[in-house]
Design a protein around this ligand. Structure first.
Ligand SMILES: [Zn+2]
Length: 333
């Protein structure tokens, strides 16, 4: 064999070895395609994955995520995904079904909620009664659960894209620092609310996992479990309850404008605050406060203002994403 032939043979062997090494790890130029459902989850993923992943969110901001039905175009998105992150606890059943039916064989579906709490820790309450079979799914409104979601995201990205492990870990560390500061700021803000006012009566039943962490009590939710409007009898009962418990304010939801709330507040002598949010990020894509942290900062500022606390304790909290503005995220609007 001539030197040239030997060199060629070695090169061929090397090429075969390299080809044989191909595994799910994407090459440097080939980013993981990640699809999520609701915007707080998409945003948590963005905080860890940054520009090293292609990220899109399916549930448009500002729609009822609980009854959302994905479109045929979402099936295409799910078919291209390497990883599909969902909340679970029955929040996104139609999207989860569509994901299972359309995903690539190699794609992973990660149900964040199921790795965050055990079924024994599921909470059933006003709009999510036990007999309905679906637990309250709003785990992420407790930021410690949001941090656990981030940890699961980090571990999944590190495993499937080890080349960028250091980047994902560094983003997680920075996010953890922010969440710990947020947790402390929320604690201080709630403590500034007079103890007798630390009560939440909301339209949408989102605060079940938040309230026990910070010493607030969810005394009721107005939205019935079928997401319809409450009956006249239920409205009368709520007015009685608000009077009896001397609740200073009741809270509506941006996503669910309800005409009965104003009436309930007026007749019960409470202030009506219309704009709490649970899965709709404040601002617009690219804005500094268009973030998961922004949701909690905005909500706590509003609660403190309405319940006699000090909103200044949280109003200026840094809501920016760890990797910067989120223009590159394809979250349906
Ligand atoms: Zn909700």
């Amino acid at each position: 064999m001539s030197m040239k032939r030997i060199a060629f043979a070695i090169l061929t062997a090397l090429t075969l070895v390299l080809a044989g090494c191909s595994n799910p790890t994407p090459a440097a130029s080939q980013k993981l395609t990640v699809v999520a459902t609701v915007s707080p989850i998409t945003n948590i993923i963005y905080n860890i994955g940054g520009d090293k992943i292609n990220l899109s969110g399916i549930v448009p901001e500002g729609v009822n995520s609980h009854t959302f039905e994905p479109a045929p175009s979402d099936a295409e998105k799910l078919a291209q995904a390497d990883i599909i992150f969902v909340n679970g606890l029955h929040l996104e059943e139609p999207t989860l079904e569509l994901a299972k039916a359309n995903k690539k064989d190699t794609a992973e579906i990660v149900i964040l909620g199921e790795q965050t709490v055990t079924p024994e820790q599921y909470l059933f309450d006003f709009s999510f009664p036990k007999e309905g079979g679906s637990p309250n799914p709003h785990l992420w409104l407790n930021p410690l659960n949001g941090l656990r979601y981030a940890e699961i995201v980090r571990d999944t990205l590190v495993r499937l894209d080890p080349i960028n492990a250091g980047y994902y870990q560094a983003n997680y560390d920075a996010f953890k620092t922010r969440i710990e500061a947020l947790d402390a700021a929320i604690m201080a803000t709630v403590e500034s609310i007079p103890a007798a006012n630390r009560k939440l009566l909301t339209y949408h039943d989102s605060w079940a996992y938040f309230a026990p962490r910070y010493g607030m009590t969810v005394i009721g939710a107005i939205q019935p479990s079928d997401f319809a409007e409450p009956s006249a009898q239920e409205v009368a009962g709520l007015i009685e309850q608000i009077r009896a418990e001397k609740v200073p304010a009741i809270f509506g939801s941006e996503v669910f404008p309800s005409p009965v709330l104003e009436q309930i507040a007026r007749e019960a002598g409470a202030t009506y605050v219309s704009d709490l949010r649970d899965d709709d990020l404040p601002g617009k894509p690219g804005d500094a406060n268009h973030s998961y942290i922004g949701i909690l900062v905005e909500d706590l500022r509003i609660m403190a203002e309405a319940l006699g606390g000090n909103p200044a304790l949280i109003a200026n909290f840094d809501t920016r994403n760890v990797p910067g503005t989120d223009d590159a995220v394809q979250q349906q609007q």
